[in-house]
Design a protein around this ligand. Structure first.
Ligand code: CMP
Length: 138
């Protein structure tokens, strides 16, 4: 068993898609072991996406991620990072396979409905960024 970190992003929370996305997560053998709906501050969003700070889309990304509530989650399952990346589909929904979350729900490459960690190492860092141990009850 391993863990990954997920964000249900503003475009999805605004369109009332939290339940639909969680249904797909649970149906794919991932267990939601922690979850909270929060409004990211600018500092929180900039810190979380610090790796992208030189990118042309950085400012727009921060505006978007702070524009409405998000749902941050810890998901557990076998090979959770890769399982969730498969379920999310490609960053750009135009390239996302049928049946993936981004294929079904994403609007465009920025408003792409969900985030998922890209490695076990980053999953731990990202989980620790939003959750303390008492909040992860399994
Ligand atoms: P995420 O997986 O959360 O990682 C970085 C985010 O930046 C990405 O999903 C998108 O929301 C956004 N993003 C990535 N590439 C682009 C792009 N070319 N233009 C605008 N936003 C992007």
């Amino acid at each position: 068993m391993s863990r990954t970190f997920s964000i249900i992003k503003p475009d999805a929370t605004k369109r009332n898609l939290t339940g639909s996305i969680n249904k797909k997560i649970e149906e794919s053998n991932l267990k939601i072991i922690a979850q909270k709906r929060i409004k990211l501050s600018k500092d929180q969003a900039q810190g979380f996406y610090a790796v992208h700070k030189e990118k042309s889309f950085f400012n727009e990304l921060i505006e978007y991620m702070t524009s409405a509530p998000v749902v941050v989650q810890v998901l557990e399952g076998e090979n959770a990072v890769n399982l969730y990346r498969e379920l999310m589909g490609s960053t750009n929904p135009k390239d996302a396979k049928v049946g993936t979350i981004r294929n079904e729900f994403a609007i465009d490459i920025q408003e792409n409905s969900v985030h998922g960690s890209d490695s076990d190492e980053n999953a731990k860092i990202e989980i620790d960024y939003f959750f303390n141990n008492e909040e992860i009850v399994g």
